[in-house]
Design a binder for this molecule. Structure first.
Ligand code: CIR
Length: 264
């Protein structure tokens, strides 16, 4: 697979943060899935890091931050594009301060801060596809936040196409939609939106496989949640190397593969 024509360059670096012992105090809309098992969660986390290291990436892992039980979902407070870090304030009040805590660890990137108390945005709502950026308008990201990010990104690349995707049914846009391969979207049918995705081929996963819609392609290889055979079968048409990862304990906290790392 080619990556040269993608908006984002190949990944070389990963920034992650270890889950804190009190991670279960984080936000969750998935309490019905039960209480996460702390030991199992840490095992799943270590397997996730191993999978990234196996891709030959430079993986940096920050210490846990018990003051912010969701802080290991590092993808949400910042969006990285073209060597710049765009920091935003989360729509979850418990997560508002995470951007300030992360910024010193990305000091080599030029920082841009989404301004204004009313502007809210989580990185989980920002999907860079091959040729455009989709920003979900969700419970976490409002129009002011999305407009500011779009404007900031377009000040870096004037012809960047940015579309807003009003949605319900999943936490973030990327919870229910990722780009499996160039021009191919993978969608959880729980994701409700009137947005027209016909600019790409859109593969809808049945509800029982919906969690696998958060797939993580990196440099021509794919990480995918384990336990979703139909989704894995679809993915095998695009990838010769797929690493399936158990994500059950993160799922109980509304977490998925993309949110556990920053890739740049
Ligand atoms: C939250 O509700 O904010 C966390 N418990 C989960 C965040 C997951 N982030 C993501 O999908 N980008």
């Amino acid at each position: 697979m080619k990556h040269n024509d993608h908006l984002l360059p190949p990944v070389t670096r990963i920034l992650a943060r270890r889950p804190a012992p009190n991670f279960a105090q984080g936000e969750s809309t998935r309490r019905h899935l039960g209480q996460p098992d702390a030991q199992r969660l840490m095992e799943q986390y270590d397997e996730y890091l191993d999978a990234l290291r196996a891709l030959g990436l430079d993986v940096r892992v920050l210490p846990a931050d018990p003051a912010h039980p969701d802080a290991h979902f590092v993808e949400d407070p910042v969006v990285i594009f073209r060597g710049m870090a765009f920091y935003s304030r989360s729509g979850a009040y418990s997560r508002e301060d995470e951007a300030a805590d992360l910024a010193p660890h990305l000091a080599d990137l030029e920082a841009v801060h989404i301004q204004g108390d009313e502007a809210r945005l989580d990185g989980g709502d920002v999907l860079f596809t091959t040729d455009r950026v989709l920003i979900g308008l969700s419970a976490r990201t409002n129009r002011a936040g999305a407009e500011q990010l779009a404007h900031a990104l377009q000040s870096v690349q004037a012809d960047l196409r940015v579309d807003f995707v009003p949605l319900t049914g999943v936490l973030h846009l990327k919870t229910g939609l990722t780009e499996l391969a160039p021009g191919v979207l993978l969608r959880d049918s729980h994701l409700k939106t009137d947005f027209d995705f016909t600019f790409a081929a859109c593969i809808n996963l049945p509800p029982q496989e919906g969690y696998a819609a958060n797939a993580l392609p990196i440099n021509g290889q794919l990480l995918m949640a384990a336990g979703y055979p139909h989704a894995a079968e679809i993915a095998s048409a695009y990838y010769t190397r797929i690493r399936l990862l158990d994500m059950t304990e993160f799922e109980k906290m509304d977490g998925s593969l993309t949110c556990l790392s920053l890739r740049y």
